[in-house]
Design a protein around this ligand. Structure first.
Ligand SMILES: [Zn+2]
Length: 341
């Protein structure tokens, strides 16, 4: 209901010329819209997880709208610098991509080149070096792929449990059980990968094919190197996609991540993105200590000169965001509308 009302409101605001007024205003000029993407589907990932994946067709439509709106797409470092110097050009946007999945290389990168837009890739590095499907997401995807079947975890995770995978609730339960089991057993990455292969076999999903097509895998070091050489800005997202609450462990995550990225790209990254959007004020002095210049969250909004540089909001673009809602964010007018957090 709220969504419908919002779309109607946005449409009438657009009709009345308010979009133009706001997007050309001094108010918008002091703000930076940082867009966040996770994956651009290789095939059906957006149907499995519409909040994390969008289709390539939708991504192209977004870039078209950005171009038609006369936005200035800036590199992250320049956008952040000019935001705080109050020197942004009109309708400023920064494009960011989290994690560094192979679909970025295959689906997003060619479009970015076509539109000649700069972009930042927040790369988590463990699964870039260990180039197999990322356990958590691949497990969830497999259970969805095999949803026509039921899954018997007896003998697999040591418990006699049956799941009807057609139900989303059952899939979540199965996922939690598998994840918990792998944690309790302190499985290595290779053991987790074997577990995925066994589950895939039980569900009649061709795991070897999924692996060879690089579905839900990260870009490898050679690909990171070539992307960086071609102008993609590779920045920090922790080595193992986690933010420990102990200072030493937190700093180690950043150090490991930074060392691997520096080795791959030849440059030392200093911009950070909180994995899974999890942030805490406790992290801020640690990030400063690590020499981090900016950090982005998944809190929705446009960054302003009053924003904390280590807590910059972003708009996480999802499949369910309609064209008019997206345009509302590009103009900036959506910041004034009520929204669910
Ligand atoms: Zn992430």
């Amino acid at each position: 209901m709220l969504k419908k009302l919002k779309q109607t409101t946005l449409a009438s605001l657009k009709g009345s010329g308010a979009f133009k007024l706001v997007e050309n205003s001094r108010w918008r000029r002091q703000r930076l819209l940082i867009l966040a993407y996770h994956g651009i589907s290789m095939d059906d990932e957006h149907l499995w997880n519409p909040a994390q994946y969008i289709s390539q067709e939708l991504f192209r439509a977004r870039l078209n709208l950005i171009a038609e709106s006369g936005c200035t797409v800036l590199p992250l470092a320049e956008g952040v610098r000019r935001l705080f110097a109050r020197d942004l050009p009109e309708r400023s946007i920064v494009l960011t991509f989290d994690d560094g999945t192979y679909d970025f290389y295959l689906r997003a990168y060619p479009l970015l080149k076509e539109f000649n837009y700069p972009a930042t890739l927040y790369l988590t590095t463990f699964y870039s070096q260990y180039n197999r499907p990322v356990f958590d997401v691949a497990c969830s995807y497999l259970l969805w792929k095999g949803r026509e079947r039921s899954l018997d975890l007896n003998g697999l995770v040591g418990q006699d449990v049956h799941f009807n995978l057609l139900s989303e609730r059952e899939r979540t339960k199965a996922f939690e059980q598998i994840k918990q089991f792998s944690q309790e057993q302190k499985f290595s990455a290779a053991e987790k990968d074997n577990l995925l292969a066994t589950i895939a076999q039980k569900l009649g999903v061709d795991y070897d094919n999924m692996v060879s097509r690089r579905v839900l895998q990260l870009i490898n070091p050679a690909e990171v190197k070539s992307l960086a050489a071609d102008g993609i800005d590779v920045q920090l997202h922790t080595h193992r996609h986690r933010t420990p609450t102990e200072r030493e462990l937190f700093l180690k995550e950043i150090e490991d991540n930074r060392n691997v990225i520096t080795e791959m790209t030849g440059t030392s990254p200093s911009h950070f993105c909180y994995p899974s959007g999890v942030w805490s004020r406790t992290f801020l002095p640690w990030l400063s200590e690590a020499g981090i210049e900016s950090a982005t969250t998944c809190e929705i909004g446009l960054a302003t000169p009053q924003s904390h540089p280590l807590l910059l909001p972003r708009l996480v673009d999802v499949s369910g965001l309609s064209p008019i809602e997206f345009e509302g964010w590009v103009t900036g007018i959506s910041t004034a509308l009520p929204r669910r957090q």
